[in-house]
Design a binder for this molecule. Structure first.
Ligand SMILES: NC(=O)c1ccc[n+]([C@@H]2O[C@H](COP(=O)([O-])OP(=O)(O)OC[C@H]3O[C@@H](n4cnc5c(N)ncnc54)[C@H](O)[C@@H]3O)[C@@H](O)[C@H]2O)c1
Length: 333
């Protein structure tokens, strides 16, 4: 397998390192329009063949293109790669518009090519463990998903805080609540410093009465990466800032014992033990690269496919529309 990576800025070098380490990857090409990034990669990874022109890279004998540029370039670069017959890996968020995501999915289907969207968290030991707990029925039915992702974040020149940070949490939500349909979104946010919102809150409604809420912020003095999952049997806290006990499962719950009328409803709380399951620490990007290459070899959709990318983009789009309309509820088709 030979791969070409475009965009060698902040995230690109992690992709270079992980694809170089993959046993089935015999050659890695790299492309960035900035000479300083080319020099940086050349000094760190001398095995990579580097260039500044994307067309030159596409003309090489490569099987797959990995796109790690700012989001507005994902669609044109991805389209060009698919049209050249290459499988693609696209960084989150998949595209800046859902219509573009759908178009890429259609081209890939027609040409029998794979689209991998880098929803990195799906490949972390913590999220895999939470998925196991949800799928085994230990948590019960999910009643809510509540997440906070805030810090003094890097302001992006092209997108607001929801397009930058929320794809992580939205992709985790969609993965854990697989099978449940998102029906509506409402969001609030403000742009305190420039054109793009730096703080936002998103509420997501599901067809089965589950509810999700996201708080993202680039202007928080403290870094919080926390997610709560409420279930009818147990409740769970995922704190990604913890080194050891990242997941805590609480044997806590609520039971509603209704008598004749709601005024006499008895709410019973169950507060039991807490345990912290072991989480495997393999680097998520290494597992993502493995999955991408396996999906190409096996001719199947990867775990984080174009469709998963599209589902996240639809929620981001609806959130943006809602923010522009002061929190108006936007139905998701
Ligand atoms: N999966 C994750 O956890 C994760 C983490 C960080 C960033 N990302 C994603 O990765 C992507 C890149 O983010 P970043 O922070 O590395 O951005 P960045 O701005 O640091 O790097 C982007 C690079 O792309 C290059 N580039 C832009 N246009 C180009 C062109 N036409 N030809 C060649 N090179 C070009 C730029 O010169 C720059 O070096 C974004 O989509 C971002 O959302 C994902």
């Amino acid at each position: 397998m030979k791969v070409g990576i475009i965009g060698l800025g902040y995230w690109g070098p992690n992709l270079v390192r992980n694809f170089l380490a993959h046993p089935e990857v015999e050659k890695v090409y790299g492309c960035d329009k900035k000479e300083d990034r080319i020099k940086f990669i050349a000094s760190r990874f001398p095995a990579v063949e580097l260039m500044t022109d994307y067309d030159e890279m596409l003309a090489k004998d490569i099987d797959a293109v990995i796109i790690a540029t700012p989001v507005d370039l994902h669609y044109p670069l991805a389209k060009k790669a698919l049209e050249a017959g290459k499988h693609i890996w696209v960084e989150k968020p998949f595209t800046a518009k859902s219509a573009h995501a759908q178009e890429l999915i259609d081209i890939a289907a027609e040409k029998n090519l794979r689209i991998f969207v880098d929803h990195t968290f799906i490949y972390t030991g913590a999220v895999k463990k939470i998925k196991e707990l949800v799928d085994s029925g230990e948590i019960g039915d999910i009643t809510y998903f509540d997440s906070v992702r805030i810090n003094l974040g890097l302001f992006q020149h092209d997108v607001n805080v929801i397009w930058d940070l929320a794809p992580h949490d939205l992709s985790i939500m969609n993965y854990l609540l697989e099978g449940h349909k998102v029906v509506a979104v409402a969001a609030h946010g403000v742009a305190s410093y420039y054109d793009h919102e730096n703080i936002a809150q998103i509420s997501v409604y599901f067809d089965n009465n589950s509810f999700a809420h996201f708080h993202v912020n680039w202007t928080s003095p403290v870094k919080i990466r926390k997610m709560l999952l409420g279930g009818t049997k147990k409740m769970l806290v995922f704190d990604d800032m913890e080194n050891f006990e990242k997941i805590k499962v609480y044997d806590s719950g609520i039971e509603m014992k209704t008598t004749e009328s709601i005024h006499e409803a008895l709410v019973q709380y169950r507060i039991g033990d807490m345990h912290s399951p072991k989480v495997v620490a393999t680097e998520a990007l290494a597992l993502g690269a493995k999955e991408f290459i396996a999906s190409i070899n096996e001719g199947r959709e990867p775990l984080t496919s174009g469709k998963d990318g599209l589902d996240v983009v639809k929620i981001l789009e609806a959130s943006e529309e809602s923010i522009k309309n002061r929190g108006k509820l936007i139905e998701i088709a």
